[in-house]
Design a protein around this ligand. Sequence first.
Ligand SMILES: [Zn+2]
Length: 335
Amino acid sequence: MYGPGDVRVEEREAPRIVEPKDALIRVSAACVCGSDLWPYRGVEDLPWPAPMGHEYAGIVEEVGVEVQTIKPGQFVVGSFWATDNTCELCRAGYQSACVNRVPMGGLGAQADLLRVPLADGTLVATPDLPVDDLIPSLLSASDVLGTGWFGAVAAQADPGKTVAVVGDGAVGLLAVLAAKQLGAERIIAMSRHDSRQRLAREYGATDIVEERGDAGVAAIKELTNGHGAHSVAEAVGTQGSMMQAIHATRPGGHVGFVGVAHGVALDAMELFWSLAHVHGGPAPVRRFLPELIDLIWSGQINPGKVFDLELPLDEAAAAYRAMDQREAIKVLLRP
Ligand SMILES: [Zn+2]
């Protein structure tokens, strides 16, 4: 990306093994993230021109001399943070705060070849080479599925609970899927778009709320005897979505926020009176990857449906446009 709205596909110097723990992977599929739209829309500044993309799945081509478990020829999925998976924070399940973490976005996963640092800690191999139909779902585990999953986990979307999801982008829709898998009894998706409502229902939503803001909160209270939801996953990152999430949570309930917050300020007095637990941040996707890959491999979930447009990598500019205009939920890029 050369600046807001300016995406170009060009030849760069091919990545190679730099550190002994690196792997080099041939990217089978990459994609555009909702968070890539912040710089695209000029809301977030990057050191232009910036390589883009932090979601990836592909085949290992080469590994550094200290890589022990990951082998050339394996199909692998990794998170948007490269992490050692051995430090104290990783072992506690917070790999996105790894003391040795490296952001994959800086390396540029919207490419045909990608260097992945800390390969043994970062990458999870599938049992075998996947059939083509599984690749979108496996790619989704790299970020949107793992992030939606963390939103639901952070909101403690457990059996018997009523879970509301704020946001109908890929992460929000997959938070619905996660809540269903985690055993939630009732799942309220907040969306005013037909096609997204349909996918939310397919993923397990039992109710749809079309209203936003105070009206949206009122609608959720009406569905929950005036109490609010036990669990609310927030997957947008704006002031409005965050307040909607906190206000829709019942006292003692949990907010899991995974939308990258931009310009959001929280009033401590409102938090005080909400009596809600609030937990969120960059998802430790690596914690969930083995389980998510299992669920995908065994056909129990089909998160790849959030990709409603597929383009060759050469047409990345059109992919950004389609997501910016909300013509597509999420665009898959094939190198
Ligand atoms: Zn670590």
